[in-house]
Write a protein that binds this ligand. Structure first.
Ligand code: NAG
Ligand code: NAG
Ligand code: NAG
Ligand code: NAG
Ligand code: NAG
Ligand code: NAG
Ligand code: NAG
Ligand code: NAG
Length: 398
C-alpha cells in the first residue's frame, strides 16, 4: 500500500465533501491560531523527516478553563519505506517548512462556548505531524546521499517539555486527543502523558478514528499487519511501544490499539465510525485485494453495495465491536461512540462535532458524549445499530 497516495485520496475526499459546508462556516468567526516552532527541539535531536524543527499551535485558555489543557495530535497517514518518506519529507506532512503557519481551530478545538461547550475555554494545542509514524519512531536513515529523521517520539517529548513551563506542568485537567494517525498516537502516548502531569490532575485520552484494526482484507490477507510491521521496523517504533503489551508474546502487534488498550491505565474514550472509510478503503478492501474493481461503486457510496458487500462490511463492524467488548463491559472510566457511518474523523470539524444536524447516537451528539464522559456526568458508551439505521451520518462519499 502506498500511504501517500492513500492519503492524498483522502484529502480530496475531505475537500469534496466539505466544500458546501465550509463556505457557510467561513461566514462565522473562525479562530485562527499561529504556529509556534519548538526551538529547543534540536537539543534533544527532535526533527521532522526533513530536519526542520517541529511545531504546535497553542490557543490560551481563559477563566475557569485556564488551568485545563487539551492536546490534539494532527493526523495524516504514515510512510513505511524510504521512498515514501523521502517524498513525504518534501511536503506539509514531513516538514514544518511546507506547513500552513496558521490553523483554524474548530470542533473540539473551537473557542466558542456554543460550538464546544465543555472545552472552549481550555488551553488548546494542536501538535503538528511531521514524522510519518504517529509520533512514535526513533531512528535515522542516512546512506550518504539521503537523510531522513524518524524522530516522532522525540518530537512528542520536545513539545511536552516546551509546554510544561507554559502551564501544562500545573494542569488540573487534561485531555490527550487526536484523529486518524493522530488517534493512533494517543494510544502510544496516553500513559506517558499522565506521567508528565501533576499526580492529582484529572488526565484522560480520546482516540478519534484511530482504532485501526488488525483485520484481514477481502483476500484474507493481513495487509495492515504487513504495513505496520514495515513502518515499525523502518522508523524504530518498537522501543516506544507499551512495555506490558510487548512482553505479552506478540510484540509486532502492539502498534494496533486493540492489543494495547487493555494495558492502558488512563481513562479512554474511543470515537470511531463502524465503517470508517479509511479502514474500509485501505484495510478491508485495499486496491491490491480488489484488482478488478468489484468494490469501486460500493466504495463511492454504500447505496451501491451489493448484499455480499454489505455483509462483508457488517462483518467488519462486528469485528470492531468484538475487539471493544472487554472495554465496553469492564472499563469503568471508559467511554465510546461508535456510529454506523461512512466517515473518518469526527471531532475536528464543527459539522460532525456539534451542529444542529451533526451525527447522533441515541440522540446524543459527539460533543455531548465526550463531555459526559470526561466530566463523569453519566455513563457514555454509545453504539449505534447497524447500517443503514442511522440517518444523522455525514458520510464521506468519494
Ligand atoms: C459562536 O457561535 C455561534 C453559533 O455559530 C455564533 O452565532 C456566534 O457568533 C459565535 N460567537 C463568536 C464569539 O464567534
Ligand atoms: C500571528 O502572526 C501574525 C503574522 O506574523 C501576527 O501579525 C499576529 O499578531 C499573530 N497573532 C498572535 C495572536 O500572535
Ligand atoms: C531552551 O533551552 C535553554 C537552555 O537549556 C533554556 O534556558 C530555555 O529556557 C529553553 N527554552 C524553552 C522555551 O524551553
Ligand atoms: C540512498 O537512498 C536513496 C533512496 O533509497 C537512493 O536513491 C540513493 O541512491 C542511495 N544512495 C546511496 C549512496 O546508496
Ligand atoms: C493538586 O495539588 C496542588 C498542590 O497541593 C494544588 O495546588 C492543586 O490545586 C491540586 N489540583 C487539583 C486538581 O486538585
Ligand atoms: C498481502 O499483502 C502484502 C502487503 O500489502 C503484499 O505484499 C502481499 O503480496 C499480499 N499477499 C497476497 C496473497 O495478496
Ligand atoms: C470482564 O472482567 C471479568 C473479570 O476479570 C472477566 O471474567 C470477563 O470475561 C470480562 N468481560 C469481558 C467481556 O471481557
Ligand atoms: C433530541 O435532542 C434534542 C436536543 O438535543 C431535543 O430537542 C429532542 O427532543 C430530542 N429528541 C428525542 C426523540 O428525544
Amino acid at each position: 500500500m502506498n500511504a501517500n497516495a492513500a492519503f492524498s485520496i483522502l484529502v480530496v475526499v475531505v475537500l469534496l465533501t466539505c466544500a458546501p459546508r465550509c463556505i457557510s462556516s467561513q461566514q462565522q468567526q473562525q479562530r485562527r491560531v499561529n504556529m509556534t516552532l519548538v526551538r529547543n527541539a534540536s537539543l534533544i535531536g527532535a526533527y521532522c523527516l526533513d530536519g526542520s524543527l517541529p511545531a504546535y499551535h497553542l490557543d490560551r485558555g481563559v477563566g475557569a478553563g485556564s488551568r485545563n489543557w487539551l492536546l490534539q495530535f494532527e493526523g495524516g497517514g504514515w510512510c513505511n519505506d524510504v521512498k515514501s518518506c523521502l517524498d513525504r519529507a518534501a511536503t506539509r506532512r514531513g516538514s514544518t517548512l511546507h506547513m500552513s503557519k496558521v490553523e483554524v481551530f474548530s470542533g473540539i478545538l473551537s473557542n466558542n462556548a456554543s460550538l464546544n461547550p465543555d472545552f472552549y475555554n481550555w488551553n488548546r494545542v494542536k501538535l503538528r505531524y511531521c514524522d510519518g509514524a504517529s509520533f512514535a519512531g526513533d531512528a535515522v536513515f542516512d546512506n550518504g546521499t539521503s537523510l531522513l529523521y524518524f524522530r516522532g517520539q522525540r518530537i512528542w517529548k520536545a513539545i511536552i517539555l516546551d509546554l510544561l513551563p507554559k502551564g501544562l506542568g500545573q494542569a488540573r485537567k487534561a485531555l490527550l486527543s487526536g484523529c486518524s494517525a493522530g488517534g493512533l498516537a494517543t494510544f502510544v502516548h496516553c500513559d506517558d502523558f499522565t506521567s508528565y502531569l501533576p499526580a492529582n490532575a484529572s488526565v484522560k485520552c480520546l482516540s478519534d478514528a484511530g482504532l485501526f484494526l488488525d483485520a484481514r482484507d477481502i483476500a484474507m490477507n493481513h495487509s495492515m499487519r504487513y504495513f505496520y510491521k514495515s513502518l515499525v521496523s523502518l522508523q524504530g517504533v518498537e522501543k516506544n511501544l507499551n512495555k506490558n503489551c510487548m512482553s505479552s508474546g506478540y510484540p509486532e502487534l502492539c502498534f494496533f490499539p486493540q492489543y494495547v488498550l487493555p494495558y492502558i491505565k488512563t481513562p479512554y474514550f474511543i470515537l470511531n465510525t463502524a465503517y470508517d472509510v479509511y479502514q474500509f478503503h485501505h484495510i478491508l478492501v485495499p486496491p491490491a485485494a480488489d484488482p478488478h474493481g468489484h468494490w469501486y461503486h460500493c466504495k463511492l457510496s454504500p447505496k451501491a453495495c451489493n448484499t455480499v458487500q454489505i455483509a462483508t462490511l457488517q462483518g467488519f463492524r462486528r469485528y470492531m465491536l468484538e475487539t471493544l467488548r472487554p472495554f465496553y463491559t469492564n472499563s469503568t472510566g471508559g467511554g465510546m461512540f461508535i456510529n454506523s457511518c461512512f466517515a473518518h474523523c469526527q471531532s475536528e470539524s464543527q459539522d460532525t462535532w456539534l451542529a444542529l444536524d451533526s451525527p447522533r447516537v441515541h440522540n446524543k451528539t459527539i460533543a455531548q458524549a465526550v463531555g459526559d464522559w470526561y466530566f463523569s456526568r453519566r455513563i457514555s458508551k454509545e453504539i449505534d445499530c447497524a447500517y443503514p439505521c442511522d440517518s444523522s451520518c455525514h458520510n464521506q462519499l468519494s
